[in-house]
Design a binder for this molecule. Structure first.
Ligand SMILES: [Zn+2]
Ligand SMILES: [Zn+2]
Length: 144
């Protein structure tokens, strides 16, 4: 996992019923244009990731999990609807929606994945790498 120097961040959903801390390295942000990410976020997803052991969910009153595929679930706030986490079943790492992290995050972006599934109302022209599907095996999804 390629990591950014950030080692301690906090974040949460819009209403505060889901709050978390990360004490460990964060992956660079990946933009995912797959249909699941579009449907759940309303656009495309920007997500970092950390090792599961480095994530502490300090407030989970609103946290619910939706099984979005055969190998992963998505964590969201049942009160405000925020999309917060993407968690593969192996639970070695967890993806965190970058917009839920309190800024400044200290993060930068790696590039785009699943661009073959992007919708037609926007263009991807920031010069970052683009991958038709995942940048590694399809199952790794948010991993670089
Ligand atoms: Zn909330
Ligand atoms: Zn996706």
């Amino acid at each position: 996992m390629s990591t950014a120097p950030t080692t301690n961040v906090t974040g949460g959903c819009l209403c505060g019923a889901v709050m978390y801390e990360v004490n460990g390295p964060l992956r660079r942000v990946v933009y995912c244009h797959c249909e699941q990410c579009r449907k759940t976020s309303g656009h495309f997803v920007a997500a970092t990731a950390c090792k599961s052991k480095h994530l502490t969910v300090s407030v989970d009153d609103g946290l619910r999990w939706y099984r979005s595929s055969s190998f992963a679930q998505r964590g969201f706030c049942r009160l405000c609807g925020a999309s917060v986490f993407w968690r593969p079943d192996h639970e070695k790492h967890i993806s965190i929606m970058a917009g839920t992290i309190d800024s400044p995050t200290g993060l930068n972006a790696y590039g785009h994945i699943f661009v073959a599934f992007a919708s037609d109302y926007y263009s991807i022209d920031d010069g970052l790498p683009q991958h038709d599907e995942s940048s590694q095996e399809g199952r790794t999804h948010f991993e670089e």
